[in-house]
Design a protein around this ligand. Sequence first.
Ligand SMILES: *[C@@H]1O[C@H](CO)[C@@H](O)[C@H](O)[C@H]1NC(C)=O
Ligand SMILES: *[C@@H]1O[C@H](CO)[C@@H](O)[C@H](O)[C@H]1NC(C)=O
Ligand SMILES: *[C@@H]1O[C@H](CO)[C@@H](O)[C@H](O)[C@H]1NC(C)=O
Ligand SMILES: *[C@@H]1O[C@H](CO)[C@@H](O)[C@H](O)[C@H]1NC(C)=O
Ligand SMILES: *[C@@H]1O[C@H](CO)[C@@H](O)[C@H](O)[C@H]1NC(C)=O
Ligand SMILES: *[C@@H]1O[C@H](CO)[C@@H](O)[C@H](O)[C@H]1NC(C)=O
Ligand SMILES: *[C@@H]1O[C@H](CO)[C@@H](O)[C@H](O)[C@H]1NC(C)=O
Ligand SMILES: *[C@@H]1O[C@H](CO)[C@@H](O)[C@H](O)[C@H]1NC(C)=O
Ligand SMILES: *[C@@H]1O[C@H](CO)[C@@H](O)[C@H](O)[C@H]1NC(C)=O
Ligand SMILES: *[C@@H]1O[C@H](CO)[C@@H](O)[C@H](O)[C@H]1NC(C)=O
Ligand SMILES: *[C@@H]1O[C@H](CO)[C@@H](O)[C@H](O)[C@H]1NC(C)=O
Ligand SMILES: *[C@@H]1O[C@H](CO)[C@@H](O)[C@H](O)[C@H]1NC(C)=O
Length: 627
Amino acid sequence: MTTKLHHSSLLLFIFIVLFLHRSHAQPNTTGYSCTANQTEYPCRTYAFYRGGLVANYSDLASIGDLFGVSRLMIADPSNISTTALSAPLIADQPLFVPLTCSCNPTNGTSNISSANINYTIRAGDTFYGVSTGVFENLTSYQSVEVVNPELVPTNLTIGVDVVMPIFCKCPNQSVTSGGSNYLVSYVLQASDNLSSVASRFGVQEQSIVDINGNNTKPTETLFVPVSKLPNLTQPIVAAAAPAPTASVKKKRTGVILGLAIGIGVLGVLLILAIAFWVHRERSSQKRGAGGLEGVGEKPQAYGEKGSREMEVNLLADVTDCLDKYRVFGIDEIKEATEGFSSKCLIQGSVYKGCVDGEVFAIKKMKWNAYEELKILQKVNHGNLVRLEGFCIDPEDANCYLVYEFVASGSLHSWLHESGHRGRLDWRTRLRIAVDVANGLQYIHEHTRPRVVHKDIKSSNILLDANMRAKIANFGLAKSGCNAITMHIVGTQGYIAPEYLADGVVSTRMDVFSFGVVLLELVSGKEATDEEGRVMWAAAVEAFGGRSAEEIGRDERLRGWMDEALVKDSSCSVESVASVVSVGISCLNQDPSKRPSMVEIVYALCKSDDIFDISEDGLSADAQVLAR
Ligand SMILES: *[C@@H]1O[C@H](CO)[C@@H](O)[C@H](O)[C@H]1NC(C)=O
Ligand SMILES: *[C@@H]1O[C@H](CO)[C@@H](O)[C@H](O)[C@H]1NC(C)=O
Ligand SMILES: *[C@@H]1O[C@H](CO)[C@@H](O)[C@H](O)[C@H]1NC(C)=O
Ligand SMILES: *[C@@H]1O[C@H](CO)[C@@H](O)[C@H](O)[C@H]1NC(C)=O
Ligand SMILES: *[C@@H]1O[C@H](CO)[C@@H](O)[C@H](O)[C@H]1NC(C)=O
Ligand SMILES: *[C@@H]1O[C@H](CO)[C@@H](O)[C@H](O)[C@H]1NC(C)=O
Ligand SMILES: *[C@@H]1O[C@H](CO)[C@@H](O)[C@H](O)[C@H]1NC(C)=O
Ligand SMILES: *[C@@H]1O[C@H](CO)[C@@H](O)[C@H](O)[C@H]1NC(C)=O
Ligand SMILES: *[C@@H]1O[C@H](CO)[C@@H](O)[C@H](O)[C@H]1NC(C)=O
Ligand SMILES: *[C@@H]1O[C@H](CO)[C@@H](O)[C@H](O)[C@H]1NC(C)=O
Ligand SMILES: *[C@@H]1O[C@H](CO)[C@@H](O)[C@H](O)[C@H]1NC(C)=O
Ligand SMILES: *[C@@H]1O[C@H](CO)[C@@H](O)[C@H](O)[C@H]1NC(C)=O
């Protein structure tokens, strides 16, 4: 009898413990449950991330890429100065990474509170490895399995996209009325205890216990309630060669910016919606009037309903951008460019401007920025000019895209303008060719849907202080392949024939234009001459088909190539010949016979001892020239 009683009270005890455990919604390997209360979710929050611990994620750019935010959006709340944006992180460097926390339905019974980050599986990745490694236990493999029910954890395909649910929480009313605006996701370390965490965040230990309970273990995510983010002390980074101006000591605007983005989203969307409508009205009027659309225009492919759907999609895309980039104020932009003075004009509608001590290139656009924004938010590569932020001026319906400033200007000016002409040596030219090819290979092979630049030309290739090339101006770029465009855009002398004739858009049209750039690098000749004849046609005639093997080819090559290269001792005619043959193969009239960028990168690297080039040797002279 007594044992029976004993048993049942034990059962009751276990039941109570289980019940309490459950009702407390404590750390749960599959995620933290939430109720989809729209006054709470979604919210802007932050994760505490330890920089410099994971191979390949040792700078802000790659961590930004991982979490789908820009470098500045991490630097601002983390007290990293804009002069240290590119510096490598030291081990265990503290960072606040902004997250958008949502309450996400799963296939199970409860919804989970998470910021969903896309991650592309690479060779050797497992759910466990990625969540404990790259994501530093900010999520768990069990949770990754729950939100990716269609994937087999033991059989992951390289390149497949996985949603990583980063644990996060939005404060409910009782938390906010206690004075806390954020619940920062913090992974408890073995070396931590609750009081050390509390002092790190400048909060009371009890407030952490109130949210998380007191049964917390290392590698579990704690939610630390703060009214604002604590100040992080960052290591002092040795500044790069030009001494930074000592007076740059602006207040950090990260938190305010974060809030402003949150609050601003609705307003901006409204403005954008109106702008798209205006834009559409205008362009349909234009269409009615018939003019201006250019050669080879195709009958309109979309009905009225189709284009409306497209705009809705674009709106959704721009919302993503709002999250990823720094939003500049129009006053900041005006101040940076001295009110768009001609002094600051770089070219066309691109101005040079300095914000908070960092120099940017600022492109003024009408409301046609969304295509470029949409594309740029998907790409991040060292050979593509990086977008840092944007600015919307509702008053005069302008939009500004803010890019990294690329110091030495365009390849076109280095090849053809009197000040620079002839000053690029052969190795630098080869390096530029490989850089551009790498950038194109990236957009062609590693974006989905594939991006086609559509306007590759020497004036859209920029050179940095080390004469490394970056592709700029995605204003005409399209994502999606083998589409037929409605109107032809591009630049005479670089446009692929099939696009000119039929409007066929494919990655192979970029290959064609790249071929023209290669020939430009070799010959120093412009893509079209004064009479409007295209350079590539003459080159194909001279060096294409049979003429390639004829005797006397080397002589003809010497006569055709840039005079400066003839004098350049590092430039062998064999190396020039192999680059010309790559260029000619890019110009094949049949797009399917042109090589892919992957093959081109391979051929270019093989064609010369390009890997021998010492980076310092390459840049020293160039840097002097760039002044
Ligand atoms: C938490 O764990 C329980 C089982 O322990 C499970 O039933 C539940 O789905 C989990 N997830 C959430 C979000 O509570
Ligand atoms: C989960 O979210 C969906 C939609 O967001 C909502 O309809 C549902 O009630 C939520 N379920 C729970 C248990 O909160
Ligand atoms: C780092 O990147 C290189 C090249 O991008 C790759 O080969 C290597 O496997 C990566 N390492 C890790 C740990 O992901
Ligand atoms: C939910 O799970 C069931 C079976 O477990 C499956 O048939 C269904 O497709 C799943 N739904 C989603 C949205 O994953
Ligand atoms: C993540 O991937 C999904 C589906 O592949 C896509 O719809 C979503 O836009 C992606 N999110 C981001 C932030 O790229
Ligand atoms: C995450 O947790 C696992 C064990 O659960 C541990 O081995 C790993 O080192 C942790 N990762 C980090 C970055 O702390
Ligand atoms: C693994 O996945 C691939 C493609 O998704 C499939 O072809 C293969 O049969 C799978 N292997 C196993 C053992 O399930
Ligand atoms: C949602 O949250 C608000 C404030 O936190 C609360 O007043 C309201 O009752 C909640 N609604 C639901 C359906 O839980
Ligand atoms: C608010 O959130 C805290 C911590 O997440 C929780 O303990 C509390 O029960 C919540 N209050 C309400 C009214 O939902
Ligand atoms: C914390 O844990 C101790 C024992 O470990 C327990 O006695 C106490 O009630 C707990 N406090 C809270 C607030 O859960
Ligand atoms: C952080 O810095 C600001 C201004 O520099 C200061 O007002 C604030 O008290 C600091 N907060 C903490 C927690 O140290
Ligand atoms: C930012 O970091 C520096 C060290 O790099 C530190 O001296 C300064 O106090 C920090 N700023 C704030 C507001 O804490």
